[in-house]
Write a protein that binds this ligand. Structure first.
Ligand SMILES: Cc1cc2nc3c(=O)[nH]c(=O)nc-3n(C[C@H](O)[C@H](O)[C@H](O)COP(=O)(O)OP(=O)(O)OC[C@H]3O[C@@H](n4cnc5c(N)ncnc54)[C@H](O)[C@@H]3O)c2cc1C
Length: 393
């Protein structure tokens, strides 16, 4: 690791204070409620508004747009600590600078940033991002949703699937193509208000994981938006989507580290007190081996997340290799830690009495979203083989 990177990811006094504040907030405001709102499939709106009051929503965003101007390493620390208790709150904190807002912050006009981002940071509005379609998830450029210019507006037709924040989103950033034959060059990005005529929102019920998020279909039937709602130029939509998805990877990785650490917390506490054959199960070396693997995986992931955040603090334009390493290591470690956590809890691991069943369900989703892990695995190898040009190490 280069020295400047080591400095950037060291725990400064401010970072320690932020970590402590996040830990207190999670313990006092989230811990007693999370099991209930997860079961009820209810978004923790009031908790997120409280966090907004502390300046934690999209906290990396510059003060001129209402953000706190935090560095990315500190932000990753904040997201991890909150996610140690509930990664859905962690997701909510990261949406304005990640999946929802990053494209607007990079390609939007000053006016668009003030109009759409600033109210998000204050917790006055909420928003989602509609990238995935029924027929194209990983292959974003292959979208079938179309747009056509009509005077001073655009008319959008198509359907997005698996879109989150359908219950409380006041608007959605979404993507459509002027002509499928143009591939990436045909894609445009738009902000579509929730009340736009022709927009239908259909949440799915009873998902395996991420239950507090209302995720589902976003159907666009002759939806008309003004040209002022287009983000970036015509044909720049794919780049807008990638800016969002790539920034989202830092958040998903930091959230997975928080979830993995939660598995360690729960498993070590349980293994100290559960007695089998006259001794705490933590005394069995095969249980210790599972705990060792959990610690190894999660601590390695924390390093990759900090390294990715440090790249962003240094202004590295597209740290895609670091993003793949962080996303892959963190979400694989989270899944492995959650599997072991359920095992260590025995039958209680599959009950709702302990949180590990929820960790297990959510960890599986982490492996699929923000670029599935097979895709990231392929990217890491392609950088190593020299099949991809830019390789930031
Ligand atoms: C709870 C939840 C919330 C979500 N929220 C949102 C949201 O808010 N907005 C949004 O736009 N989307 C959202 N998604 C969708 C998510 O981003 C997609 O599910 C994801 O991009 C994968 O797309 P897909 O499901 O169509 O899988 P596909 O692209 O069909 O891939 C299926 C499987 O094929 C394999 N595969 C695919 N590509 C490759 C490859 N290149 N190399 C090797 N193997 C490969 C992988 O195993 C992959 O899991 C959400 C999904 C879930 C589950």
């Amino acid at each position: 690791m280069k020295n400047e990177q080591a400095e950037l990811i060291a725990d400064t006094a401010e970072r320690s204070a932020l970590r402590d504040a996040a830990r207190r907030f999670a313990a006092n405001e989230i811990a007693s409620q999370v099991a209930e709102y997860d079961r009820a499939e209810r978004f923790p709106l009031e908790i997120v508004r409280q966090a907004a009051g502390l300046g934690w929503l999209g906290a990396v965003i510059e003060p001129e747009f209402g953000g706190t101007g935090l560095d990315w390493v500190s932000f990753a620390t904040l997201i991890e600590e909150i996610s140690r208790v509930c990664h859905v709150v962690g997701l909510a904190l990261s949406l304005p600078s990640g999946l929802v807002g990053a494209g607007i912050l990079e390609y939007g006009t000053e006016e668009q940033k003030r109009r759409w981002i600033t109210p998000l940071l204050r917790g006055e509005t909420f928003a989602g991002a509609g990238v995935t379609e029924p027929g194209s998830g990983t292959d974003v450029a292959n979208m079938a949703t179309t747009c056509r210019r009509d005077g001073e507006s655009y008319v959008i037709n198509g359907a997005k699937a698996w879109i989150s924040m359908l219950d409380i989103g006041d608007w959605f950033i979404t993507f459509a193509t002027l002509d499928r034959r143009l591939g990436r060059e045909g894609v445009c990005a738009f902000v579509v208000p929730r009340d736009a005529p022709g927009l239908t929102l259909r949440p799915y019920k009873n998902k395996l994981g991420f239950r507090p998020l209302a995720t589902g279909d976003l159907v666009l039937d002759d939806v008309r938006v003004g040209a002022e709602n287009r983000i970036g130029e015509e044909g720049q939509g794919y780049a807008v989507a990638m800016a969002a998805v790539e920034t989202g990877r830092l958040s998903v990785a930091a959230r997975a580290v928080g979830l993995g650490q939660a598995c360690i917390d729960a498993s070590t506490a349980y293994a100290r007190q559960r007695r089998v054959m006259g001794q705490p199960i933590g005394r069995f070396q095969l249980v210790q081996s599972m705990i060792t693997d959990m610690v190894l995986g999660v601590e390695a992931a924390r390093y990759f997340v900090a390294r990715l955040a440090a790249c962003k603090d240094r202004g590295v334009p597209r740290p895609r290799r670091d993003a793949s390493l962080a996303k892959l290591q963190a979400t694989e470690a989270a899944m492995s830690a959650a599997t072991s956590a359920v095992q260590i809890h025995g039958a209680y691991g599959v009950s709702e009495e302990y949180p590990v069943a929820r960790y297990f369900r959510d960890a599986k989703v982490f492996q699929i979203i923000e670029g599935n892990n097979q895709l990231h695995r392929a990217m890491v190898a392609e950088y190593a083989l020299g099949f991809r040009g830019h390789s930031h190490a």
